[in-house]
Design a protein around this ligand. Sequence first.
Ligand code: NAG
Ligand code: NAG
Length: 457
Amino acid sequence: MTYSFYSFAISLFIFLVATHLPILSWCSDSGFSVELIHRDSPKSPLYDPDSTPSSRIRVAAERSHSRAIYFRDAIRKARMSSSALPMDEANNFYSEITPNTFEYLMSFYLGTPANKVLAIADTGSDLIWVQCVPCKECYTQSAPLFDPQSSSTYKTIPCNTDSCSLLPQSSCGSSSQCDYQYGYGDKSIVEGYLSTETIAFDSTGGRPVQIPTILFGCTHQSNGTFDKNDAGLVGLGGGKLSLIRQLGSTIGSKFSYCLPSSTETSTTSQLNFGSNAVVSGSNAITTPLISGSPDTFYFLSLEHISVAGKTIAVGNPIQAKESAQGNIIIDSGTTLTLIDDNTLQYVESNVKSSISLPQVQDPNGVFNLCFNVSETGASAQFPEITFQFFGGASVVLQQSNAFVEAGQNILCLAMISSGATADSINIFGNIAQQNFHIGYNLAAMQLTFAPTNCATQ
Ligand SMILES: *[C@@H]1O[C@H](CO)[C@@H](O)[C@H](O)[C@H]1NC(C)=O
Ligand SMILES: *[C@@H]1O[C@H](CO)[C@@H](O)[C@H](O)[C@H]1NC(C)=O
């Protein structure tokens, strides 16, 4: 680096700081991290101080159910050829997002000057979108809408472009702009213009990061089950329109997160990009990400589950590609882990036989297998449950990854049925993922788990 470049960089930095904008310092070999806010944490606008662990897990279980239905429908639709579908169904071909079933929020800045947006962070979808002015028939949003007219960097995308064709459903607007229509499982919709903007992030423990051009949806019409606290959504899936794939080589196609235990409500999680998302260490284990359809979802191959040393093979390949078969989706937006009936019954009976605690009914009626821990408290001995993924990648679940508090002194196995074995979509949910640093490498198509205390990271 020459001296003159160095002094130029310093004066540029001073200039940028002086403008008070969240401003770049992007080097392709560096990384950045943003805060992930759990919807039930005190930092979230959805936080309910009157909620209890048991009331939170009850609604999280409902969300896990609808999320599983969303995954199942999206996979079924992607497997069918669109020409074979009747017109009505073809129109709903990609109903890929159920916006009310999210778990995490993140904030970012959009436009010039920058507007702060609090949005859903979703590993189960791709499109980034915000609600824009004018929004005539839109869900009510408490934060101001994004006004593209007042941003000097806003541009619409013409409809006859490759970018426009990345959308599952698009058309040519009156000024040849790329109009999108995103349909949802509950028949609500989001419509708007595919556009480009400058996006920026507050990087925790570092300098703000700015990316000059990102494709996003400027939503001008919406209705459905959105929450007034979400101003949009950041798609973190594996498809081409997602934030991850758009950042692409600048982040080495890598992102990671580390979710603290849900009982530690005051700690926040990190979503890391680029070099910050490298997961390594002697206890890190790696398994392939399996290409599947839709490419949005992160498929893994789960071979066995073992409980206290007894092992069952997990059947039901939902995707058959390459040598390993994708039979489970890893998703940060699903709280519980969903396993097919046969496997779940085996896991339950082995957990039951290796625990001497009295069994009780779940007061919420969500879980099949619950124990009364009023005598033993937290010191109760629970069996080790291991998820063995393809390539000898054994993920050993701690008690807090496998059991949740469903009522006072009641601990339940945090796994529910994904349905009959032939028809089910297994999901590795976020309770099971807590206190692992989990790295996604979309270039190498690998996923790495490293046991980590995420609260102190
Ligand atoms: C959404 O709004 C449009 C336009 O007002 C309306 O026709 C449609 O029925 C609405 N859909 C739902 C699910 O409310
Ligand atoms: C759990 O056990 C204690 C006594 O050991 C009992 O008082 C309590 O009612 C039990 N709870 C349930 C939900 O059965």
